[in-house]
Write a protein that binds this ligand. Structure first.
Ligand SMILES: Cc1ncc(COP(=O)(O)O)c(C=O)c1O
Length: 461
């Protein structure tokens, strides 16, 4: 323990030396970012606008460089593994094989193990054999294959709406669809913890973006009362299952407020489909709502459905418009393999409902074990996304490295994924984890968070 604290002081000193170089410091040879996933929007600092150094003084480029230097310094000083961009062999499941040997893995959102389910792999192989590796065209001009509408019909059924459309990327589904539907006269009002892709969409549209306090219907009411009249259309956007915090979007209460002020509602179901509801049909099923409770159901094929891409489900008119919008016509059709994988995954979801039940019993077991060990789980509600707060960018990286040394992999999340002071280890629990893995990991997490806290105290001295 004492040795760890001593090295923590060295880490702090080294990091200070590294950032003192400021503008003139040499860029790291091996740039890495301590943030594995983008999420909540952060205010974008202004730059100098000077272009003589290309983008070297662009604030986001500077921040990335400084983070890379910190990570590199820590790696050199401590000889501890850098937990980012670790190459993996084999499937992304509860145990992965990488440079640190067999490692219990909590960093994938393959919640139900469908990304490597034999039926999903079989469907992918068949689709590649039949249609090749790429759609090789936009859907509107020869890219169309029958798997797409088959998948879209199933998604529309799941969300109890008239129609659905798939797209090649979840991130670009949000950004592209919001960018397409909204305009300079409009506003996008988001939960404070909304995914970055939504904010990007508002920016692309030239719409004003505003936030309300996380999951707080009164805060939404306050924002709309103050601003609704200034805009033509207003879109209220929430997540069904918050990707960084593991709590449920309070859809009925928030949608009711949105309707009161004549606003449209969009729900990002990236981490809900396959996870919430007895059949894994998402928060609509969880709350027992009709499909038209929401105007736009957005989701990802990349999480529980074990594939890649995004979708929108909604009214026939809306989907018809999206079918001929830039989101689908100015980009290639999704890879046939990706559409086939998602369709097969939905079939497995139907035929093997016990996977969802196992996912939830694992999630409950793990979060109870962490709470019993007095760890801070933030807003977590015992869902399969389980954050453990480890405030401080260095501390969270350190905790993740220590866990990796002990045979457990979990992604550290820092700015801009979350705000300063909100750094966390984000655990994804899956249906494939065993009870033993969950309990052993909870013990190890308690140990390393204790050590990381001591590091924080040493740095502050
Ligand atoms: C809430 C949310 N929406 C959208 C996305 C983007 O999805 P994709 O990774 O499929 O592009 C993510 C990614 O993790 C997410 O968490």
């Amino acid at each position: 323990m004492t040795a760890s604290v001593a090295s923590a002081r060295d880490i702090a000193r080294s990091l200070l030396n590294n950032t003192e170089g400021g503008e003139n410091s040499t860029p790291a040879a091996d740039p890495v970012s301590p943030v594995p996933a983008p999420a909540a929007a952060q205010p974008r600092p202004g730059g100098t606008g000077r272009q003589s150094r290309g983008f070297a003084d662009q604030p986001d480029v500077v921040a990335a460089r400084e983070r890379a230097q910190s990570a590199l310094a820590m790696e050199k000083l401590t000889k501890m593994p850098n937990p980012l961009f670790i190459p993996r062999q084999g499937f992304n499941t509860s145990v992965i094989d990488g440079p640190y040997g067999a490692t219990t893995n909590f960093s994938n959102y393959n919640y139900l193990g469908l990304a490597h389910h034999p039926k999903v792999i079989g469907a992918v192989q068949e689709a590649v054999g039949k249609y090749g590796a790429s759609a090789s065209a936009s859907r509107i001009t020869s890219g169309e294959i029958e798997i797409y509408p088959n998948l879209e019909r199933k998604l529309a059924e799941i969300y109890d709406v008239e129609s659905a459309v798939i797209a090649t990327s979840g991130y670009l589904t949000n950004s592209g669809v919001i960018g397409f539907l909204m305009s300079e006269r409009d506003a996008v009002v988001c939960d404070a913890l909304i995914h970055n892709s939504v904010i990007t969409g508002a920016r692309w549209a030239g719409a004003r973006s505003m936030t309300f306090r996380h999951n707080d219907a009164e805060s939404l009411r306050g924002v709309l009362r103050m601003s609704r009249e200034r805009f033509d259309r207003v879109l209220v956007v929430i997540e069904g299952h918050y990707s960084m915090d593991g709590d449920v979007g309070q859809l009925p209460a928030l949608a009711a407020v949105a309707r009161e002020f004549d606003c449209a509602v969009m729900v990002d179901e990236a981490h809900s489909i396959g996870v919430f509801g007895a059949h894994g049909h998402g928060v609509r099923e969880h709350f027992g709502l009709p499909g038209d409770a929401v105007d736009i159901w957005m989701g990802c094929l990349s999480k529980a459905l074990g594939s890649c891409g995004g979708f929108i489900a909604g009214s026939a008119e809306l989907i018809q418009a999206l079918h001929t919008s830039p989101v689908t016509t100015l980009t290639v059709g999704p890879p046939p393999s990706a559409a086939a994988a998602a369709l097969a995954a939905l079939e497995v979801l139907e035929s093997e409902p016990d996977r969802v039940a196992r996912l939830w019993s694992n999630a409950k077991l793990f979060s109870s074990a962490l709470r019993e060990r007095n760890l801070d789980l933030g807003f977590s509600e015992g869902t399969p996304i389980c954050p453990v707060l480890v405030p401080g960018e260095i501390q969270v990286l350190y905790a993740s490295s220590l866990l990796l040394q002990r045979g457990v992999y979990v992604g550290p999340v820092a700015s801009p994924g979350v705000g300063p002071g909100q750094e966390r280890l984000r655990f994804f629990v899956t249906a494939e984890h065993t009870e033993e893995q969950l309990i052993t990991t909870a013990d190890l997490v308690a140990e390393v968070v204790g050590l990381a806290t001591e590091v924080g105290a040493a740095i502050a001295m």
